[in-house]
Design a protein around this ligand. Structure first.
Ligand SMILES: Nc1ncnc2c1ncn2[C@@H]1O[C@H](COP(=O)(O)OP(=O)(O)OP(=O)(O)O)[C@@H](O)[C@H]1O
Length: 608
């Protein structure tokens, strides 16, 4: 099982455990749900209270219109049955028409306004979520599947908008309709109403039961959807590897398994949801039978003040209540799903960054000073310590190289200097100031970085270089391109985008863009992580010359496997499993005849 699978199943287990706990407590709204709802209300809806009030008033008018409609229908029937007055009938018809016109106007404005309110609320929430995500540690993105993040920001946020803007508003309107019409019916015939209402608790019990099942299934479905999205992303990103290693059947099977899971869960969800309607239908039948039977008896019996028009009015009233009641049950169903979605969205806020600015973080420091790792202890996870009391000095304005076997911790040293992670013990200082005491943006502004994993956007080479300094002039960008020898390609390709992740470029071309970026940025500290590994020897020599030019008067730290590229460094550290095992200049290290000399000689004989 891969690391991702582990985290996915662990996440699913956590969700299931949480749901189990929820079921044991309050099935409809638990404390977490209440907290989430009040959070959403306070943060995104409260400020629009006057508009929400207006929507509410319009909904009340709609409800009142229904109630008036029954009353007028009853009057109309009486005109027909009792008086036979045509003018009275026309008057009633006119009033019914007017009432429905009012309702029609409200039916236009209520959804328009509510969609506007909901879209704005969700827009703000999405914006906040993106802001919040930008503050999160790199570690969060290394452990969270991108599919999960996409699912939350795209689908779940949209679903939530729909739920608030349409489903909830409709539910409020339906509740108002039910209350208004029921109120009228109670006033007309309390006994008959009480009789038919007796079956109502059954609805509540059924809704509660079915909702519980839906909540659990929905959480699993959201999980499955996140896995599916991550799977698609991994597959498309890794298509080159998939094709070369003939792994299409494996990918197909993996994605089909994920879609199969979604299908099963969707069917299960629909099965649960489908149980709602027949329940309401059967209850409706019972209620109609009661009205016809008991109401009819009341109309026939002289001891009750009930006539034929009254019974028909009552039946119309109940008919008007049924659809809203049915929708209201459906609302409770989708509310369970939306509560899961709301919790999932909010869980992003529960992720707190650990790499943050200190309360009195300094803005000014000496980025040209020495960079020192002082008794640094660090690990990515408790179980796997990487550095223990490591000491390293990268002299200001000089070139220092870090070499060592793969996995020995070279990149991690750069990550600690850039404060992508915090040390657990010891200090990392630049020019005498601990990086922990610096404002993160000021610290990171002092680096030009050529990382191992180069990020190329689907735009032109020109735009890609410009990315690191949007205010750079045309001249500066061309100069940077010339220095790394990518200017001809930049001319040839013009504005043509480079494909997703720069897929239309060779590894070496991507690397040259990355180095051009470093030139353009020209910050006082230069971090080069395998910066020229993908270049052929001739290009490398040319670029190396340019890099040496760039590193002049800059504190340069270069990580390299090809030792021939670091021989000119002022100082070289040799790392082995997180420990500095040797250090010195190339000549000194060769003299020592230790690990460095062995690696160098081995490489020389293999490269020829
Ligand atoms: N984000 C991470 N989470 C957990 N472990 C990590 C993470 N990044 C690196 N490691 C582990 O830390 C160790 C050092 O990794 P690092 O990338 O610093 O090595 P390196 O010397 O730069 O390797 P290479 O030469 O292959 O790039 C490795 O064992 C690696 O598996």
């Amino acid at each position: 099982m891969s690391k991702d699978d582990h985290s996915a199943s662990a996440q699913a287990d956590t969700t299931r455990a949480a749901l189990h706990k929820r079921k044991e407590r309050a099935p409809l709204f638990n404390d977490q749900d209440k907290d989430n709802i009040s959070w959403f209300w306070n943060k995104y809806l409260k400020e629009r209270t006057p508009w929400l009030g207006l929507v509410m008033v319009m909904i009340l008018i709609q409800g009142f219109a229904y109630q008036q409609f029954i009353s007028l229908t009853e009057s109309g029937l009486r005109v027909i049955f009792d008086d036979g007055s045509v003018s009275g009938l026309i008057k009633v018809c006119g009033m019914v028409l007017a009432i429905f016109s009012v309702r029609a106007v409200m039916s236009y404005w209520v959804p328009r306004l509510s969609a506007w309110l909901a879209s704005n609320a969700v827009f703000k929430m999405r914006r906040d979520l993106i802001d919040h995500m930008m503050t999160l540690d790199l570690a969060f993105f290394e452990r969270t599947k991108s599919g999960d993040i996409i699912l939350r920001l795209v689908n779940q946020a949209q679903d939530l908008s729909g739920f608030i803007g349409q489903t909830t508003v409709n539910a409020v309107r339906d509740t108002v309709t039910i209350i208004a019409v029921s109120g009228y019916l109670i006033w007309k015939n309390p006994l008959l109403f009480m009789l038919v209402i007796i079956v109502m608790p059954t609805i509540t019990i059924v809704v509660r039961r079915i909702s519980q099942g839906i909540k659990g299934t929905q959480a699993n479905a959201e999980n499955a959807m996140g896995n599916y999205m991550s799977g698609i992303e991994e597959m498309t990103n890794g298509m080159r590897t998939v094709k070369i290693s003939n792994q299409e059947p494996v990918e197909k099977a993996r994605l089909n398994k994920a879609t199969g899971e979604i299908r099963d869960l969707t069917i299960r969800l629909q099965k649960l949801q489908a149980m709602m309607s027949p329940t309401v239908d059967i209850l409706a039948a019972i209620i109609y039978v009661l009205i016809i039977g008991v109401g009819g008896y009341m109309a026939l019996s002289p001891s009750f003040e009930m006539d034929g028009a009254g019974i028909i009015g009552f039946m119309i009233g109940m008919a008007l209540i049924f659809d809203p009641a049915r929708r209201l049950t459906a609302f409770f169903v989708s509310m369970q799903a939306s509560l899961i979605i709301l919790d999932s969205l909010r869980s992003l806020y529960r992720e707190v960054p650990t790499i943050t600015n200190a309360p009195e973080a300094k803005e000014v420091f000496d980025p040209t000073g020495d960079i020192i790792l002082d008794e640094v202890t660090f690990q990515y996870s408790e179980k796997h310590p990487l550095f223990r009391n490591v000491n390293m000095t990268f002299e200001g304005g000089k070139v220092t190289a870090i070499v060592g076997a793969t996995g020995s911790g070279k990149t991690s040293v750069l990550s600690l200097i850039a404060r992508l992670y915090d040390v657990s013990e010891g200090f990392v200082t630049i020019g005498g100031t601990a990086v922990k005491d610096l404002r993160i943006d000021k610290l990171r502004q002092s680096f030009s970085v050529v990382a191992q994993d180069i990020v190329i956007f689907n735009s032109s080479i020109y735009e890609n270089i410009k990315y690191v300094r949007p205010d750079a002039t045309d001249e500066e960008i061309w100069r940077a391109a010339e220095l790394v020898g990518i200017d001809q390609l930049m001319r040839d390709r013009g504005d043509a985008p480079l494909g997703p992740k720069g897929s239309q470029l060779s590894g070496g071309q991507k690397q040259r863009i990355a180095i051009a970026r470093a030139f353009l940025r020209s910050a006082p500290i230069l971090l080069l992580d395998e910066a020229t590994s993908a270049l052929d020897q001739r290009t490398e020599e040319r670029v190396r010359g340019a890099i040496q030019e760039l590193s002049k008067d800059k504190t340069t730290i270069m990580v390299a496997h090809r030792l021939s590229t670091v021989t000119h460094a002022d100082h070289i550290y040799v790392l082995d499993e997180g420990t500095v095992v040797e250090e010195g200049t190339h000549a000194q290290l060769m003299e020592q005849e230790g690990l460095y000399a062995a690696m160098f000689n081995a490489q020389r004989s293999s490269y020829g």
